[in-house]
Design a protein around this ligand. Structure first.
Ligand code: HEM
Length: 399
């Protein structure tokens, strides 16, 4: 079966506004379509996405025997510091090194340690919302961002007066993860990565000298089979936890509240009407904050009967997979009683989201608090314009 070729409109504002109708057409057209602009094979259906997430034949890092420009995720010479913050990112590693590093990080990030943050989250969420009641405010800037950065900052052990800087660095760096990146954005990302790298290095040194009850201290001390994380590995992990954790959680809060408003679902006591865990999973399924991830094909393979060539690249479309009618009944409807909750938004296989337990708790605490109110959308919010990290510029609400 030949792969249909398309021009995937990843920066078209109408598409970004609502990408789901086109993605439905693509799913119906073929399990794989080729985007002519990026030369990426887009995986459109749930089965194909799951298959790739869990198969050893698809790699997040370039194959060892691949040469030329395609053999690197980023050019370390051009983006020295961005590379230094990415080199040991779990997202880009495979095999033994990925497994060893992931085990060490997971040991410093247990469910018990996450649950201990619940009282802190509850306090933060309530105090932020208390100050906003009756006012018109931006749900992202005034609530979701300060909430999420405080939680991740507290977890990591970052001083509070550095939260703003961390946010700014993170916002600039994550622009590098989109399908197309402008020169200006990549220069900003490189500068932010340099400052981020240098600051985090000094913070690790501080924690080594004066240990705290926080994750950077744990990352600096954790051992398994006599292995320890190096400083560069800790820096990459801290930056990944912040970038992966913060952006996706903030955008899930924003996307969810807009989804509820646009589907005329009153938020007041929603968590009393349905199981909060089902509400969270359904909202993450419906409008995934992370829309795609890329993989290299290690050896010739077939997905949905379509041949994928060795060393070519695929992008798995998580948001599209979550709307696949072969896996989810009436996928374009919100249904808090859905029996199938296994969406693709947290990934799958060896790269399954390492912070899913934290994200779910952050969302539960936030929604429990937000749902003690009716939330009014004051205007229809505008999307950021990015396809990969799906969110809004601002969300004007009143509670
Ligand atoms: C709603 C919020 C979140 C969503 C939707 C989400 C989604 C994802 C997805 C899809 C992946 C897999 C990427 C791939 O297949 O290459 C992933 C990986 C990861 N996530 Fe999350 N994430 C969220 C929150 C968090 C939080 C709060 C943290 C930690 C503070 C976190 C840390 C990570 C890490 C470390 C990985 C890399 C795992 C690996 O490659 O082994 N995430 N996340």
């Amino acid at each position: 079966m030949t792969i249909p070729e398309i021009d995937f409109p990843s920066s078209d504002s109408d598409f970004i506004k609502d990408p789901y109708p086109l993605m439905k057409d693509l799913r119906e057209m073929s399990p794989i379509v080729l985007d002519k602009t990026t030369d990426l094979q887009l995986v459109t259906r749930f089965d194909g996405v799951k298959n790739i997430q869990t198969s050893k034949n698809f790699s997040s890092s370039p194959p060892n025997d691949l040469e030329g420009s395609e053999s690197s995720i980023i050019d370390p010479k051009e983006y020295e510091y961005f590379w230094k913050t990415e080199e040991f990112s779990l997202l880009n590693l495979e095999g033994q090194l990925h497994g060893d590093l992931r085990n060490l990080v997971a040991k410093a990030f247990s469910n018990r340690q996450v649950q201990e943050l619940r009282p802190f989250m509850e306090n933060k969420s309530s105090s932020l919302l208390e100050g906003l009641k009756g006012e018109e405010f931006d749900l992202l800037k005034d609530y979701a961002q300060p909430y999420s950065i405080s939680v991740i900052g507290k977890l990591l052990g970052v001083p509070e007066d550095m939260y703003e800087r961390f946010l700014d660095w993170s916002n600039k760096i994550v622009k590098m993860y989109d399908l197309k990146v402008s020169d200006e954005d990549s220069t900003d990302a490189e500068n932010a990565a340099k400052e981020f790298y240098e600051y985090t290095l000094s913070l690790i040194d501080q924690k080594v000298n004066t240990p705290g009850d926080d994750m950077i201290t744990r990352l600096a001390n954790v051992t398994e089979n006599d292995q320890k994380l190096t400083k560069d590995q800790i820096i990459c992990t801290v930056i990944l936890l912040l970038n992966a954790g913060h952006e996706a959680t903030v955008n899930t809060i924003g996307n969810s509240i807009v989804t509820l408003a646009n589907n005329n679902i009153d938020t007041l006591n929603l968590d009393k009407k349905y199981n909060i865990k089902n509400i969270i999973e359904e909202l993450i399924r419906f409008d995934s904050p992370l829309q795609f991830f890329q993989r290299w094909v290690l050896d010739d393979d077939y997905v949905g009967g379509v041949e994928l060539k060795k060393h070519s690249k695929v992008a798995i479309l998580l948001g599209s997979a979550n709307r696949d009618a072969d896996s989810f009944a009436e996928p374009d409807q919100i249904n808090f009683k859905r029996s199938n909750l296994s969406h693709t938004s947290f990934g799958g296989g060896v790269h399954f989201c390492l912070g899913a337990h934290l994200a779910r708790l952050e969302l539960e605490v936030s929604f429990n608090n937000l749902f003690s109110n009716s939330i009014l959308l004051k205007s229809q919010p505008e999307r950021t314009g990015a396809f990969g990290i799906r969110g809004y510029k601002e969300i004007e609400v009143k509670i």
